[in-house]
Design a binder for this molecule. Structure first.
Ligand code: HEC
Length: 117
């Protein structure tokens, strides 16, 4: 009987916690411009397998990418290159080019700029 009650309480706690977490997530999102919000969707879909979901942090494979310039994003994402004179954060070449994202570069750039701490 007592066991059952505590299970209920834990369930309720999880529910409230989850709802709060969701609400916070939305709060953070509403600070983003519409372009950056689109960029977030592109980033979450295409980049977070390797880069951290918070672009200020180092990911499982890729480095932090917050504040990446348009030039860097175009070179690295579309062509697997770096802009002339740029010193890469990692000297590996694990990231393949994702040229199909060409039209999404401005949105990615807006997201990575607005997220930068
Ligand atoms: C397969 C894993 C993987 C995916 C997917 C990936 N990256 Fe990367 N990325 C890396 C790794 C690893 C590096 C470090 C250099 C290297 O090894 O290619 C990197 C480097 C970068 C850099 C250069 C950072 C610097 O300043 O030196 C940028 C910018 C970048 N990634 C952005 C992105 C964006 C934006 C996406 C999604 C559109 C993405 N990456 C998807 C793994 C990935």
């Amino acid at each position: 009987m007592t066991k059952r009650r505590s299970g209920w309480r834990r369930g309720l706690g999880l529910l409230v916690g989850g709802t709060l977490l969701l609400a916070c997530g939305e709060g953070a999102d509403s600070d983003l411009s519409p372009l950056a919000r689109r960029g977030k969707a592109v980033y979450t879909t295409n980049c977070t397998a390797c880069h951290a979901s918070d672009p200020n942090l180092s990911g499982g494979l890729g480095p932090d990418v917050a504040n990446a310039s348009i030039e860097l994003l175009e070179a690295r994402v579309l062509r697997a290159e770096y802009p002339p004179g740029y010193t890469p954060k990692r000297d590996s070449s694990a990231m393949v080019a994702l040229p199909h994202l060409e039209k999404d570069i401005p949105a990615l750039h807006a997201y990575l700029a607005e997220m930068a701490k």
